[in-house]
Design a protein around this ligand. Structure first.
Ligand SMILES: [Zn+2]
Length: 425
């Protein structure tokens, strides 16, 4: 279906899919059938690792070249898949909600991007390239600014960094080898490399040893001697890797002032952020999400941010009411110029909370009000909110923040036009 669609839209989708993994070793093996290619490449990788005729440096260079070629090719293909899927732009012809977008990314783009990487195990520069592609792409899907802090991207999408995903795949492959017969080539090679090579070596099984150490797992020989069943292994790996990465990512959140309202406690489950799981009521509702996410991640540009960027020319004072510095709190809760837009929806939120939980919204502190409007899921426990109530409040808050954004913007653009006229005179 994707192929037909790509054809109709006039571009070629995955023209070189049959190549499998590319190899810097020319003419060694004919590459025709994808499965065979992967297997052959695996063999090439292993051959290079164990070859006594090739010097260590030489095989090392070939490996590096292999990784570079394949990373470049994967990024190219992943980009092509994205264009193939999202014919009407990243957000579809009528708008796709974030949950669908992230699901499409996980199903169609991520596997292409990481194809064969568990065999090549890219490091530093190459890994960064893949990571950069993934982060940039997720930001585009969620309509986030390019300056959005990294933890926010992972927490909102529920997707782990590329390194974690490659580790997961490599450990999966390792378990398949563990479950093979003692007489199999791969298992014999594993035993040999582990006993002969030192930790500085670049051999696959030595790299795997390092991965196991990174996640505080048992010695590599333990798994080779007593293989774990596939299902049990997958559950174990998912749990360990998710915990390791979510701990290190969420640890960074308090250092970003702009992320103070973001609820990151649920990232440990490795799923899409619960705020984005709240269903949109219409295509129009989907369009209201981007300004809200910018405010939530601290990347919405206000006068107080502009002064940090252009200190000599910009005043932090709000250009609408001229009564205080234009901070996020000022725009959402205080600005007099926006009160007509704000009051009716604030009353709606207040009525919902009053009727269901007997909580007076207007009597809450600014901090709590901001939390309710920006990230209601953080208060789920405190206010004992169920999914339906959260959806109602979220619907109001999306509308409110979007209206504040458009009203502010139309006011400012009127001001800019006036300024331009004055300059002409
Ligand atoms: Zn103001």
């Amino acid at each position: 279906m994707a192929h037909d669609f790509a054809y109709m839209e006039g571009y070629e989708l995955q023209p070189k899919k049959k190549c499998g993994l590319k190899s810097a070793v020319k003419n060694l093996i004919k590459r025709t059938i994808p499965n065979e290619c992967i297997f052959n490449n695996w063999k090439i990788t292993l051959c290079q690792m164990s070859s006594s005729t090739t010097s260590w440096n030489n095989s090392n260079n070939i490996m590096k070249e292999n990784v570079a070629i394949n990373v470049e090719e994967n990024i190219k293909k992943a980009r092509r898949s994205a264009y193939g899927l999202f014919g009407g732009g990243f957000h579809g012809h009528n708008g796709l909600d974030p949950e669908t977008l992230v699901h499409l990314f996980k199903t169609y783009i991520s596997p292409v991007l990481l194809y064969g990487m568990e065999i090549l195990l890219p490091k530093t520069a190459m890994l960064l390239q893949l990571e950069k592609f993934q982060k940039r792409f997720l930001k585009q899907l969620l309509s986030l600014q390019i300056s959005t802090p990294d933890p926010a991207v992972y927490i909102l999408s529920g997707i782990l960094p590329v390194e974690a995903q490659i580790d997961k795949r490599a450990l999966g492959l390792f378990n398949n080898i563990c479950n093979q017969d003692e007489s199999s080539t791969e298992k014999q090679l594993a035993r040999r490399q582990i006993s002969v090579k030192s930790l500085v070596s670049n051999r696959w099984f030595i790299q795997l040893k390092k991965i196991l150490t990174k996640y505080n797992m048992d010695e590599i020989n333990t798994y080779l001697d007593i293989p774990t069943k596939k299902e049990k292994w997958i559950t174990l790996i998912n749990r360990i890797i998710q915990k390791h990465w979510s701990d290190s990512i969420t640890r960074m959140v308090p250092y970003y002032k702009g992320l103070q309202h973001l609820n990151y406690t649920e990232f440990h489950q490795g799923k899409l952020h619960s705020l984005l799981k709240i269903k949109c009521q219409s295509a129009r509702d989907i369009g209201r999400i981007p300004p809200k996410l910018k405010m939530l991640t601290g990347t919405y540009i206000l006068q107080s941010h502009r002064i940090k960027m252009y200190e000599n020319e910009t005043d932090p004072i709000c250009l609408i009411c001229h009564q205080g510095d234009e901070t996020l709190e000022h725009v959402i809760l205080e600005c007099d110029g926006l009160s007509d837009t704000r009051n009716s929806i604030m009353d709606e939120v207040s009525a919902i909370l009053k009727d269901s939980r007997n909580v007076d919204f207007h009597k809450q502190t600014s901090k709590v009000k901001m939390q309710i409007l920006l990230e209601i899921t953080m208060l789920r426990e405190n206010l004992k909110l169920d999914t339906k109530l959260m959806a109602e409040i979220e619907y109001c808050s999306r509308r409110l923040l979007f209206l504040l954004h458009t009203t502010r913007y139309s006011f400012l653009s009127r001001g800019w036009k006036k300024d331009k006229k004055n300059v002409k005179v």
